[in-house]
Structure formats: C-alpha cells, structure tokens
Design a binder for this molecule. Structure first.
Ligand code: NAD
Ligand code: 6OD
Length: 486
C-alpha cells in the first residue's frame, strides 16, 4: 500500500511513531493509500525547520529572486500537470475536467499572481513637519510576518492551499501546511516541485493529520508559529481562534457560507440557468461560494423551477475520467451522512422535492462511492435548518419573492456573509442590491468569476480579513514605520 509522507525541511519522512490513517477514494470507496499521521514531534520538526529557514538562506533571497522562484514553482506545477490532476482527482473524486480546467491551473496561477504583486506593491511615505522646521521623513518597510501555519480544507484542496502558500512565500515567510486529512496528495507533491524549483529547505513544510488532538491543533497551538491562515468550517475557525489567542497571533479566516442567488424576472433565463447549474452543483455543491438559497421573483418562479429541474437531468454521475461524467461524489461517506440528514429533514418537514432527494444507483464498481442525488426543494419555512445551515452538498431551496426590500431581508437573514449572486438586466437595481446584501463578494450575472487582485473573504461568520491582491500582502507581511529626523 503506498504511503503519503510528511515533507519537512525538504525531505519526505514518516511519523516517528509510525502512525498512519487510511484514505478512501470517494468515487468507489477503495482504500487507495495510507497517510502518515503527524504528532507533536512532526509539528515541532516542521516549525523548527521553518524558523531556521526564515532566519537562514531564505532571508537572503531578494524580492526579485523570490518572484522568480514563484514563477519557477508555477512552471513546475505546469510541468507536472498530469500528476497534480490525477492526485487531486483521486483525493476528491471530482470529474477530471474540473481538475484540468479549473483547480490545477489555478494552483499555478496563484504563484504567478503573487510573483507579479509582490514586485509591484509600494509602501507609504510621509514628509512630516517638525517645530524646528527641518522635518522628518516617515516611511514604511514590509517584512515577512514569520512562520505561517496554513490549515486547508478538502473541497478545492490545491487551489485553496496555494492561495495561501503563494502570497506567504512571496512575502518572504516560511510555511507549515496541514492539509485536510481527506486530501493530502497535492500538498505533498508540491514538495517535489519546491525542491526542483530551488526553494531552500524548510521554507515549505507539510505535516499530515487530523484537527483536534492531532497535527492541526498542535500546529495552531505552537508558540513559534507567528500567524495562522485557515480555510474551513466556521466551528473549526472558532477553535483555531482560541488557540491563536495564546501568544496573540494573527489569523486570516475563510469560513463557511450560506449563499443566496437573487433572480429577477427580467434576467436572461438561459444565463441564469447556466450560472445556477454551476453555482449549485459544481464540485457536487462542495464550494464555499456555492448557492444553497435561491430567491426568484414571483412571475418567473414556476418557469425557473421547472427549467432548473430539467437541466439537472443532464448531470451525469460516473467515473471521474468518463467522457460523459459531469457530476462527482461527495468527499466521504461521513460527509454524505451529514448531507443526507438534511435531505431527510427536508422531506420529513414537508418540502416539495422538485428533483433528487436521495442516493442514485450506480454501476457495481462505483456503488461503494459516496454518491448523492442533486436535489432541489421548495416550500420550506425561512427558519428551517435547510435554509439556515451550511449543507455543503449539491442542493438548493428555491423560494419566490415580490419586492426588492423583501428579498434583501431574506438574503441577509443568515449568520453567514460570504457571497451572493444577483441576476437582472437592470444594472441600477444590481448595484443597489449588491450594496444592500451583507456579503464579502457579490457577482452580478455571473458566479465565481475571479480576479486574484480583488479582496476575497466573508462578512459575519464567514470569515475574518480579506485575501487576494494587496490584502494578502497585508496579512502575510508586517509593515514597520521608520521615522528619520532630517
Ligand atoms: P474543516 O473545518 O472540517 O477542516 C478544515 C481543516 O481544518 C482540515 O485540515 C482539518 O483537519 C483542520 N482542523 C479541524 N479541526 C481543527 C482544529 N481544532 N484545529 C486545527 N485544525 C483543525 O473544514 P472542511 O470540512 O475540510 O471544509 C469545508 C468547509 O470549509 C466548509 O464549511 C466550507 O464553507 C469552508 N470553506 C470556506 C472557504 C472560504 O473561502 N470561505 C473556502 C473553502 C471551504
Ligand atoms: O477563488 C478563491 O480564491 C477562493 N478562495 C475560492 C474558494 C472556494 C471555496 O470553495
């Protein structure tokens, strides 16, 4: 049985205590490899290596040379493209086309984007008046924050991990990554790319394991970690924030969402349907930005619901490399249990099940995978758990509305504030609505259209801080002011 190892100080190694855990492939349930489970010893070794590199060879690398290394990493990912694609596909079970056209290219793009940004960023400078008339010059310099703990989830593992590692390294930090226990492969493979690109040992480290009482918690508790960047569930963010409080360490959090789509009757229905098929069902609904609440202006409601249900019939589950496959499994049988609990609750509480609602039949060789049906409901009350809680599955609830004011209230009636989409041909209304919906990111007549220079993050319980462009550089560096009396 192959084994996925930690990557510490430029070398692959197993856990000292020999502990491993199994990884099951989501599309057929097969045990495909074992993963070394890191304990305090591995976290100490990785943080120690990261600290030594920070003050050692890495400190001597100029911004220009760091930017060149970022580009070399991006080129290395592209050179090993097929390896990354198949590693991510086996870990997540999602159709190979999503790996090829979205998730793996975005990993390389993250490094290229921050190579550009770190060279372009300026700092403030003030000429300050003084009583003696000679003045003073105040200017800021940017220094790395130090050793960054990166904790990432399983839903778009390579994209989300590199979204943090790339700016952290571009700013001169070193990192210890704790990837999700469900998706350890691409973070591990990236170690080879780092070595080939010439990144000094200890700059990029990976320790595998779980969260509580395991590598994740040990990393966040480690007092030689200067800041923690985390993407995952809001509940986990709460635990990490408590750990970060000791030592008053900074956090950047990208957390859960319960995102809305607001569809006006004047919208281009084909564009809406195409957009919703992606925002509800891409990655089997396991996208933090995904739509689980759909509000449709009443005159369009019936037409929209039946047209969406018709399109859902076109989603084809199957082997991720199958030519016709357009729909993957959930990440694990455990996650399927959680999603199915919402399916059962919706049914028990009288939802109208427009499509799906259960587990599909698949050929014998795939039947042990964590498959689930894409599902559309209507008719639940606004305070129902299906409408209030993040399900993270391929499902949405559709509800009619009559006025802008009403739908603003409905869309904002959530603890989360990650993203929203607004569909209308009336651009004045789109701007008005976008400003009124309390989320970090609003897309108008589109979804998940990304420009890596823009602020990305959530309001309310969807996160703390913004990443992207200058906002990432702000988090991953310390600005220091220097005042020179003239
Ligand atoms: P999760 O919170 O269960 O796990 C994320 C990571 O945290 C994993 O590596 C896990 O091992 C680790 N972890 C768990 N408990 C920990 C602890 N106590 N201390 C330290 N580390 C711990 O999340 P998940 O199930 O992997 O991912 C899905 C969630 O991520 C969803 O809620 C989704 O909305 C969210 N997400 C948010 C964004 C965003 O940009 N806002 C993006 C992707 C996913
Ligand atoms: O595009 C990004 O930068 C980003 N953080 C996407 C998050 C996707 C969530 O599943």
């Amino acid at each position: 049985m192959p084994e996925i190892r930690h990557f510490i100080d430029g070398t692959y190694r197993a856990s000292t205590n020999g502990r491993t855990f199994p990884k099951y492939r989501p599309y057929d349930g097969r045990h495909i490899f074992d993963v070394c489970e890191g304990g305090r010893e591995e976290i100490d070794a990785a943080v120690g290596a990261a600290r030594a590199a920070l003050h050692g060879p890495w400190a001597k690398v100029s911004v220009d040379d760091r930017a060149d290394l970022m580009r070399a990493i991006a080129a290395g990912i592209t050179k090993r493209f097929d390896d990354f694609v198949s590693a991510e596909m086996n870990d997540t079970g999602q159709p190979i086309s999503a790996m090829r056209h979205a998730f793996v290219p975005r990993g390389a793009a993250n490094f290229n984007a921050f190579a550009d940004l770190v060279k372009a960023v300026s700092t403030e400078c003030f000429h300050t008046e003084t009583p003696d008339g000679r003045g003073a010059l105040n200017y800021a310099i940017r220094k790395p924050k130090g050793v960054i703990g990166v904790i990432s989830p399983w839903n778009a593992p390579f994209l989300l991990m590199t979204w943090k590692v790339a700016p952290a390294l571009a700013c001169g930090n070193t990192v210890v990554v704790k990837p999700s226990e469900e998706t350890p492969s691409t973070a591990t493979l990236l170690g080879e790319v780092m070595n080939e690109a010439g990144v000094p040992n200890g700059v990029y480290n990976v320790v595998h394991g779980f969260g509580p009482d395991s590598a994740g918690a040990y990393l966040t508790e480690h007092q030689d970690v200067d800041a923690i960047t985390f993407t995952g569930e809001t509940r986990t963010g709460t635990a990490i924030m408590q750990a970060a409080a000791r030592g008053v360490r900074d956090v950047s959090f990208e957390l859960g969402g319960k995102n809305s789509a607001i569809i006006f009757a004047d919208a281009d229905l084909d564009a809406v349907l195409e957009g919703l098929m992606r925002s509800v069902f891409l990655n089997t609904g396991q996208v933090c930005l995904g739509t689980e609440r759909v509000f449709v202006e009443r005159p369009l409601f019936d037409r929209f619901v039946s047209a969406l249900a018709e399109r859902v019939k076109g989603l084809k589950p199957g082997h991720p490399e199958g030519a016709a496959t357009s729909f993957g499994p959930l990440i694990s049988s455990e996650h399927r249990k959680k999603v199915l609990s919402y399916y059962r609750r919706a049914e028990a509480d009288g939802a109208v099940i427009v499509s799906g609602g259960g587990v599909p039949e698949l050929p014998a060789e795939l039947s042990s995978g964590s498959w689930i049906e894409p599902t559309i409901w209507t008719g639940l009350p606004d305070d129902h758990p299906v409408i209030q809680e993040e399900i993270f599955g391929p499902c949405c609830h559709v509800r009619p509305f009559d006025t802008e004011k009403e739908v603003i209230g409905l869309a904002n009636d959530t603890l989360y504030g990650l993203s929203s989409t607004i569909w209308t041909q009336n651009l004045s209304r789109a701007h008005r609505m976008a400003a009124a919906i309390d989320v970090g990111v609003t897309w108008v007549n589109s979804w998940f259209l990304r420009d890596l220079r823009t602020p990305f993050g959530g309001t309310k319980q969807s996160g703390i801080g913004r990443e992207g462009g200058i906002h990432s550089l702000e988090f991953y560096s310390e600005l220091r002011n220097i005042c020179v009396k003239l």
